[in-house]
Design a protein around this ligand. Structure first.
Ligand code: ADP
Ligand code: MG
Length: 431
């Protein structure tokens, strides 16, 4: 499912007004009746039909004929368009660039402002996988009669933005949140690789400790990430090139160097004295390898009934990964009870998020939906969180997705390709 920005420039102002009307109508109708669109757009029906034709051709809306009436529904492409245009209007973004990630329920793009400064746009796409299967049974998916994929994806973006903001304000290492509209948010681009892609680190113990410290610090502020894995941790590498070379030097490299340079210095070049102390200090401070945490839609409060389970799962994720990848095992790891008991809660992030405008009932709707989705995936043998993704399973999932009957029409009507393009105002057309 891709975002197509190529057409963003070419929509007429009439078409834009009609698209906005379809969105507005979607709040109460999954399929918005044509007469209502005309009414909301405040336009002659001849003009509306022409505009709807243009929008349908660009796949921003889709014509639907149901048993009772004919109407249109907004596609993901249309919803993307509206969010991008809002960002462009607010001067948050000017262009959409390459897609850098596809999660199970999101797409990640690099975007830029008009100075060319790069940022990340995360588009939430809840319901991409298995919506139809669970949709009909659940009331919370249909607030009023609105399109549930729009509602849930928007809630996920609002939640993620709210959490990122509060975490960032309290000095947690997370991307700076920049803007949010509908199912999309804009954040700082972190120039780093996910931990998943890092083959070796100079001292796994130091990184391990800083990750466990982060889990503890979050919990003492009332929060649990809930998906604290190697995909959701980006590792900023502050080492100089010379340091990296030395850290990464293999036995063969070393032998070649000895051959080249001669001499009989020890095979392994260890740091000594002051240099060693300085390095340890940077490791401890996290100024050598600095982890940045992302991906917050599933965060839970430490007051949650299953808080201990989520906390332990986050801790276990780090332990398992370090043991597998770096052969690093430690008997020291945080325990939920002592973390909470000994912690002086200086502030309650959870309460602050609630105060930031992410409403309680919205939170419940989203949590219920996510739990339902996870249960559904588990029952179908799908991966419940992205902790186990590999390139292999990524491909398999893509194939599955194509065959999967449960994939909704929204997933299919999305647009072909994304290209580097500027976003600008709709072109004014002669009335
Ligand atoms: P999902 O919910 O689909 O897992 P994430 O927020 O974890 O989405 O993002 C998916 C991937 O996109 C990440 O693993 C990372 O590689 C990349 N990514 C996300 N946000 C950023 C960012 N702010 N800076 C750089 N890369 C990012
Ligand atoms: Mg993720």
């Amino acid at each position: 499912m891709k975002l197509d920005a190529t057409d963003l420039r070419y929509i007429s102002s009439d078409a834009f007004r009609v698209l906005a009307a379809v969105e507005q109508g979607s709040k109460n109708h999954e399929i918005v009746p044509s007469p209502l669109i005309a009414q909301l757009a405040g336009a002659r029906s001849g003009g509306v039909n022409k505009a709807l034709g243009e929008l349908a051709k660009k796949k921003l809306v889709a014509k639907v004929q149901n048993a009772k009436y004919e109407g249109y529904r907004l596609t993901y492409g249309g919803y993307d368009f509206l969010a991008c245009r809002t960002f462009a209007k607010r001067d948050t973004i000017y262009s959409v660039g390459n897609q850098i990630g596809t999660g199970k329920e999101s797409d990640i793009y690099v975007v830029a402002d008009d100075d060319g400064a790069q940022m990340v746009m995360k588009i939430h796409r809840l319901g991409r996988m298995s919506f139809r299967a669970i949709k009909s049974k659940r009331d919370y998916l249909r607030k009023g009669q609105s399109a549930s994929w729009m509602y849930m994806s928007r809630l996920a973006a609002i939640k993620e933005y709210a959490f990122m903001k509060v975490l960032h304000e309290h000095g947690f290492p997370v991307p700076q949140p920049i803007d949010q509209s509908r199912h999309c948010l804009i954040m700082e681009l972190i120039d780093a690789f996910p931990l998943r892609q890092i083959a070796s680190v100079p001292s796994p113990g130091a990184l391990y400790s800083s990750l466990m410290d982060m889990i503890v610090r979050l919990a003492r502020s009332g929060l649990i990430h809930g998906d604290f894995n190697e995909f959701n941790l980006l590792i900023r590498d502050h080492r100089t090139d010379a340091e990296k070379d030395r850290d990464d030097e293999t036995t063969e490299d070393r032998e070649a160097r000895i051959e080249r340079e001669g001499g009989d210095f020890p095979v392994k070049v260890e740091l000594e004295g002051e240099e060693f102390e300085e390095r340890r200090k940077r490791e401890r401070e996290g100024t050598l390898l600095e982890p940045v945490l992302i991906d917050f839609p599933q965060m839970v409060s430490t007051d949650h009934a299953d808080a201990e389970y989520y906390f332990n799962r986050d801790v276990e994720c780090v332990r398992t990964f370090f043991s597998r990848r770096f052969k690093y095992e430690s008997s020291v790891y945080p325990k939920f009870n002592t973390t909470i008991r000994d912690g002086v809660r200086e502030f309650d992030l959870d309460v602050e998020v609630a105060a930031s405008g992410f409403k309680r009932e919205d939170r419940k709707a989203l949590d219920d939906y996510m739990a339902e989705l996870a249960a559904h995936d588990a029952a179908n043998g799908e991966i419940a969180s992205d902790e186990e993704y590999s390139d292999e399973s990524e491909r398999e999932r893509d194939d599955d997705e194509e065959d999967d009957e449960a994939v909704t029409a929204q997933a299919e009507d999305d647009l072909p390709d994304v290209s580097r393009v500027r976003i600008s105002e709709p072109t004014e057309q002669a009335a």
